[in-house]
Ligand binder design. Sequence first.
Ligand code: XCC
Ligand code: SF4
Length: 657
Amino acid sequence: MVEKKTVKTEKEFEIKDVTICDATQQMLEKARRDGVETAFDRAANMKACPIGAESACCKHCAMGPCRLSSKDPYGKVGVCGATIDTIQARNFARMVATGAAAHTDHGMAMVDLFREVVNGHITEYRIKDVGKLEAVAQSIGIATENRSVKEIATDLYKELERTYTQVEGEIPFAKRVPEKTLETWRKLDIVPRGAMREIMELMHRTHIGVDQHYENITKQSSRTALADGWGGSMVATEISDILFGTPTPVAVDVNMGVLKEDHVNVIIHGHEPNMFESMLVSVNEPTLVQAAKEAGAQGINLVGMCCSGAEMMSRHGVPHAGNFMSTEAILVTGAVDVMCVDIQCIKQGLVSVADCYGTPLITTNTRAHIEGATHIEFNDHDPQKCTDEVVIKAINRFKNRSMAIEIPNIRNTGIHGFSHEYINYMLGGSFRGSYTPLNENIINGRIRGVAGVVGCTNPRIKQDWAHVELVKELIKNDVLVLQTGCSQISLAKEGLCTPEASYLAGPGLREVCETVGMPPVLGMGSCVDNSRILIAASEMVRVGGLGTSIADLPAVGAAPEWMSEKAISIGQYFVASGVFTVFGVTFPIVKETKFHKLLFEGLEQQGLGKWGFSADPYEMAKMMIAHIDKKRKALGIDKARERVLMDMSDRREIEAA
Ligand code: XCC
Ligand code: SF4
């Protein structure tokens, strides 16, 4: 039964103003009727703290907390004397440290799993993609010829462990960084050592009375963020591919309509693939399927949400029910028989919503319990013990369903799973797999440039809207868009992850999409899979014709609806890798400060990328396109594009005549 809880909402908002997702809108209407509160309600009633929003406060010691004025940033300093630049740089650094810790801890869990599999201590998983194992090994100088899988894999896990634990020297995947980019990092002394060391040092430096020069703090922020992008995240992606398979394009349904009223519905929401992989086994277990049928269901329906959803969708075609701001709303359908979570981006607010609809909310990871949820620990050594038990709970919930169910009847089919390897194959064919055609199309101007559009959704901005408007603007202007995470789901719901969507692209990009049969928006997976974008960028540099470092490429990044500290770490590693990266919603900084100038201009002068900010997606698109054009000009390929466009419109005129 839905227990009526009085929503303490003083401020009512128009539901259509907070999300463009029709399914989420429908569920927010129902939540209102049911008296159920979500993060949208709380956001409307919780004004963001204005001092915190601009990062003008410090609580790093008990002489404070100290509050400076964003109106007059240099008018005051903290009790210890810390200036606005020190305070902002330290706050920013701590966001990077936390975000990087989240990704690298996830990556380290994957290495732990891999090691146990290689050593035969875990038998439930195995090395699925030997080709990928060899390719990754070779990329960091591990010999593969005439060696057994076990030998190669042993060398690989030992080497990759250094990504985390190494005290001195460069992390293994530094070998994948384009030479000139690496040279810049070496010059600036920001090539990461082990992630544990970098994160520890960053936390140390941000303690009271340690690093009090914003430039030096930012240097360590870059090094730590790079330990995420080219370290923890990249290892997470590569090991997951080796163990569970490298994604290739697959048609998948996205949106709340993937729930089935006559099935036992199991939602997995979180970030690590292992629990989800085991759940996939459990829902196909004949005895459990039989039990579901005996309970009156047609079967068991497994769907994903957020990043682990995006990962499993790309890898195995598991349907995806929605992104971050839909996780509470989907429970309002009443159709969710269990929501099973692991780590990251799991709102504590899920507990009360799940409670209202009698949906068991199950935490599974030792690092993430939630008060009020049921904890069933997941153990890699006996994974199905947990996932079977979760399915049994779901079947019980199905049997005892007592309230009316309302599932928004919306499903959007799209193509997802564009790994770096597949893009290589898609463009070049199996015999001459290569990025050459991509580079050629950029050089000749059909493709103006490449944009990575990624990141969260956030109730401080209309859900999905900025993602969708930004991406539409970009592809209209012949910018090829690569996507991950919750952003990818926003565009999938809008139907842009289909080859047919190329009619929304400019003439050049459209021609390329039609020739190859690909969508103008390529979904690459979860947030750790942003590392696939880094690899793609390195490959573009390696193939040639577009400069010698990532900073030379006509490439840009954006997270228009970001909210997490992980997003800040991702932003900083994109910037440090040489990419102009624009964030939306809000930016934790006081303008007109030296720290602002460093992030938004200074880093670029050092040979890295730079940050940008705009809450308006159209403005954001303009900034990104202008940057792409600037890079094209520097490469001397700006004229080619003018020619090609003229050619194409001429051709169309001829065709029309
Ligand atoms: Fe989380 Fe990764 Fe953001 Fe989505 S995009 S809200 S971080 S689930 Ni990664
Ligand atoms: Fe205030 Fe300095 Fe302590 Fe921060 S570290 S709370 S600025 S005294």
